[in-house]
Design a protein around this ligand. Structure first.
Ligand code: IFM
Length: 414
């Protein structure tokens, strides 16, 4: 299996380009016992439980020292709402001061912190009250946001309100694979509407908290992907599904929040083929074709075929929003690390091409700093620049991390 040919662009990234990685609380911290995922795991819905994850809650300083040794300049991580507010309206000062230490550790190492306020997990009390379907959800989220932003406004400039709300709505409310395990199209739409309202409200709250001081930048981490018709089942209905999926996954949410957005965070991993072979009942968003006839390129542990051109396509779409772009996630899960190095190089070539075409890309965060708990896929997929031994919790820097380091230091991708 080969990687596709890359564009021949003169490569050089701007001096102040933001290079780094991303993680999320539940995937790395360990013992997030007050959230809905922990409950879901406890109910035996998944083969792996997050458990101690990577023990990043204790080892963060060590992990950031490794990131510093790899020349990273930015790190995106999420604050775990369920730790900060384990019971409704009761904020835990000890946890808040823990995140203060996390920020200090990054700042002391010259790594710019980027905070995600919500990355899939919800406090259990919130979930038990109906979660994102409860009319008070937006208000509850805004109260937590105001608390965190007021405490950390001196240390943080860049905020991400929600991570991949469309993915959360899709898996949690449409296909039922993630908590709360619902399978309802009307509920999915309701959750998306609530997510639009939650982002918009959080955007306002954050700017209000900073009023009179330096202006922060507030954005979203949005999972984007191109959809194509599966050539083997090409027909009109299939094209309609491609259009519909593109609209629902890529456009609907972004258009809903575009007036409350200082930058767009792009999470890019793969393309999707939409099929309509009529052998299965078609879901409201059409059907996925994962058959091998699409796999001309290398396929990773998640079953995703590497498609760097998709990143360029997605970045071109972003031009019309006329906002700075930060690539808030891009990465691959591999057993053989040399595929990861190739993946990074090929995707960065497309970022370079996008820059040459005038797309305002300001940074690139690889997913992920460390191997971690990949939700319903457990600990199998290895996304990390740094390998984690889940028995000893030892860290080992992978060779691809040095390839990334060289790109950061030289500003060149070869
Ligand atoms: O691990 C996830 C992350 O939590 C959100 N974006 C996609 C990643 C890889 O699946």
């Amino acid at each position: 299996m080969k990687f596709p040919a890359s564009p021949s662009v003169k490569s050089s990234f701007p001096q102040n380009f933001l290079w780094g990685t991303a993680t999320s609380s539940h995937q790395v911290e360990g013992n997030n016992i007050h959230n809905d995922w922990w409950q879901w795991e406890k109910e035996g819905r998944l083969s792996d439980k997050s458990g101690e994850a990577t023990r990043h809650y204790e080892l963060f300083d060590h992990d950031f020292a490794l990131a510093q040794s790899l020349s990273h300049r930015a790190h995106r991580f999420s604050i775990e709402w369920s730790r900060v507010e384990p019971r409704e309206g009761m904020f835990d000062d000890e946890t808040i001061s823990h995140y203060g230490h996390v920020l200090d550790s990054l700042l002391a190492k010259g790594i710019m912190p980027i905070i995600t306020l919500h990355h899939f997990t919800n406090p259990l009390w919130f979930a038990q009250e109906g979660g994102w379907l409860n009319p008070k959800a937006v208000q509850w989220f805004a109260r937590y946001v105001e608390k965190i932003v007021s405490v950390f406004k001196e240390k943080v400039y860049c905020w991400i309100t929600l991570n991949e709300p469309v993915i959360l709505a899709y898996y949690g409310y449409l296909v039922g694979r993630w908590p709360p395990g619902q399978k309802s199209f009307p509920k999915t739409i309701k959750v998306l509407r609530q997510a639009i309202a939650a982002h918009t409200m959080a955007y306002r709250v954050i700017h209000e908290v900073y009023e009179g001081g330096p202006r922060p930048i507030v954005g979203i981490a949005h999972n984007l992907r191109p959809f194509y018709v599966c050539p083997q089942t090409q027909n009109l209905l299939c094209s309609a599904h491609v259009w519909w999926r593109h609209y629902m996954v890529n456009v609907y949410f972004l258009d809903g929040i575009k007036r409350a957005l200082d930058f767009i965070g792009v999470n890019y991993y793969e393309r999707e083929f939409v099929s309509n072979d009529r052998t299965k009942a078609l879901g409201p968003w059409g059907d996925n074709c994962n058959l091998v006839h699409h796999h001309a390129q290398h396929v990773n542990q998640m079953g995703w075929g590497s498609y760097p051109d998709g990143l360029l396509e997605v970045l071109r779409w972003m031009k019309k929003y006329d906002r700075p772009i930060l690539i808030t996630e891009n990465g691959t899960a591999e057993t053989d690390d040399h595929h990861r190095a190739r993946f990074i190089v090929e995707h960065l070539k497309r970022v370079n091409q996008a820059l040459a075409e005038g797309v305002r890309v300001q940074g690139y965060l690889y997913w992920s700093l460390l191997d971690n708990f990949e939700w319903d896929r457990g600990f199998g997929p290895r996304f990390g620049l740094i390998e984690v031994d889940y028995k000893t919790f030892e860290r080992r820097i992978r060779p691809s991390a040095y390839v990334f380091k060289e790109i950061i230091e030289t500003g060149q991708v070869k």
